[in-house]
Structures are given as C-alpha cells and as structure tokens.
Design a protein around this ligand. Structure first.
Ligand SMILES: C[S@@+](CC[C@H](N)C(=O)[O-])C[C@H]1O[C@@H](n2cnc3c(N)ncnc32)[C@H](O)[C@@H]1O
Length: 227
C-alpha cells in the first residue's frame, strides 16, 4: 500500500472511534498494548522534554508523564476527537499540553530531548516524518517509534490471519470499528515501515536499534541523533 493511501485511512479509522479506543486497543491486543507501552517507556531516557506524536487519547503520553513528572510534554494528533478525550484526562498533569496537527507537517520552532510515537509509522512517509523529527530533536536526543509488524513465522502468521478473520466478524457488532478491523490487517501486511524508517534514520546518521515484541507482532525502532 502506498503511503498516500495509508494516510487516507486515518480519518476513516479514527473519526468515529475515539470514545471506545482505550478499551478496544486493550481488548483486541489481548492486553499486549499495555506491555508494548511499558517497553516503550523503558526506552524513554531521563530528560526534560518529550514530543509524543499521534498521541491519540494520551495512553502513552500520560505514562511518559508518570516516568518524568518534571518534563515538559507535548502530545500531537491529527484527530481532534481523540485529543478531546486526552484533554479530559489532564486533571493535575500541568506539564502536558496537546495540539491538533499533522505530525508530518509539524514546524514548532522548538526542540525536544525525546520524540515518541506508538502506531504512527505505518500511516506516514518515513522521509517526511524523520526529517520533521530531526528538526525537533536536540543533539543526543532519541526517537522511539513503535507499530504493528506482520509476523514472519508461518505458524504465527496463520494464527494472526485467523485472528483478523474473527475480528472482521466482530466488526458487525461494533460498526464504528468495522473499517479498522477489515483494513488494518492488509495495511500491516503491506507496510514496510520498519525497513523504511530504519534506512531513513541511518541515511541521516542516527544510531539505530530495533526490538521485536510478542512474536514479531509489533516492533520498536529507536534512533539517537549524534551530538
Ligand atoms: C491507533 S491511534 C494511537 C494513539 C496512541 N499513540 C496510542 O498508542 O494509544 C493512532 C493515532 O494516530 C493519529 N495519526 C495518524 N496519522 C497522523 C498524523 N499524520 N499526524 C498526527 N496524528 C496522526 C490518529 O489520529 C490516531 O489518533
């Protein structure tokens, strides 16, 4: 799938799903989303500013704030209804703010020590996103990208395919999620995000590291900007 068509899926996937997102992501990943977020958090360095791209309802953003209570944190997302849910959770987190913008086109005129994102890479163009990240990253800063990957092992992949057939049927009961349940597996099968972003990070001189999670059903890619 070309990047453009992946990006076109974003309004279809996210315009009607904000209110149920937190429950659905936990249920449909069998709680693995929580484990994956913990692995992301382990990689967030002790630092004073973090930009969380495609922050959605703020699941990862608030976990970063718990780890770094004194850090300035900015969550950016393209879907206002997701940010509305995130803002409702703000309460006493004074150091978090949220902004509705396209991450690929971000031009904030400020730099951060760390840039995180869970589930954005497959929707974006690697070159555009990494260039934007580099413009917003301090020297020595770290980019942490996480997303789904298609399992390589044949048996695991068969079970993974079967699971999405079941999820497709569940879409009849949850009509707001039907587009996601039907089209997400195709998007994950076809995306080359991990290779594309790794190659792009290397091209721009970042020090790159990869971790596959839960039988390669998702992966984390990190890149450190040299000082
Ligand atoms: C599956 S949600 C993930 C939310 C959150 N990161 C989490 O892990 O719970 C994906 C989010 O990516 C956002 N998104 C997709 N493309 C984006 C872009 N180009 N710029 C900003 N946000 C984007 C969507 O609006 C949606 O809220």
């Amino acid at each position: 799938m070309k990047t453009q068509s992946a990006k076109e899926l974003v309004p279809r996937f996210f315009e009607k799903t904000a209110h149920t997102y937190d429950k659905i992501v936990n249920l449909t990943t069998f709680g693995k989303d929580k484990y994956w977020k913990k692995e992301i958090i382990k990689k967030v360095p002790n630092c004073s500013s973090v930009l969380d791209l495609a922050c959605g309802t703020g699941i990862l953003t608030f976990q970063i704030a718990k780890k770094l209570p004194d850090a300035k944190i900015l969550g950016v997302d393209i879907t206002e209804s997701y940010l509305e849910i995130a803002r409702k959770k703000l309460k006493h987190y004074q150091k978090i703010s949220f902004l509705c913008q396209d991450a690929e086109k971000l031009n904030l005129g400020q730099k951060f020590d760390c840039i995180t994102s869970s589930y954005i890479p497959k929707y974006c163009n690697a070159e555009a996103l990494i260039k934007m990240c580099l413009n917003h990253l301090n020297p020595g800063g770290k980019i942490i990208l996480h997303d789904f990957t298609c399992p390589k092992n044949k048996i695991v992949r068969s079970l993974w395919n079967l699971y999405f057939v079941v999820l497709h049927l569940a879409g009849f009961l949850l009509p707001n999620w039907e587009d996601v349940f039907v089209e997400l597996p195709k998007l994950i099968r076809e995306t080359r995000w991990l290779d594309d972003y790794e190659d792009t990070m290397k091209k721009y001189g970042l020090q790159v590291d990869k971790q596959s999670l839960t039988l390669y059903t998702s992966s984390i890619l990190t890149g450190i900007k040299k000082i």
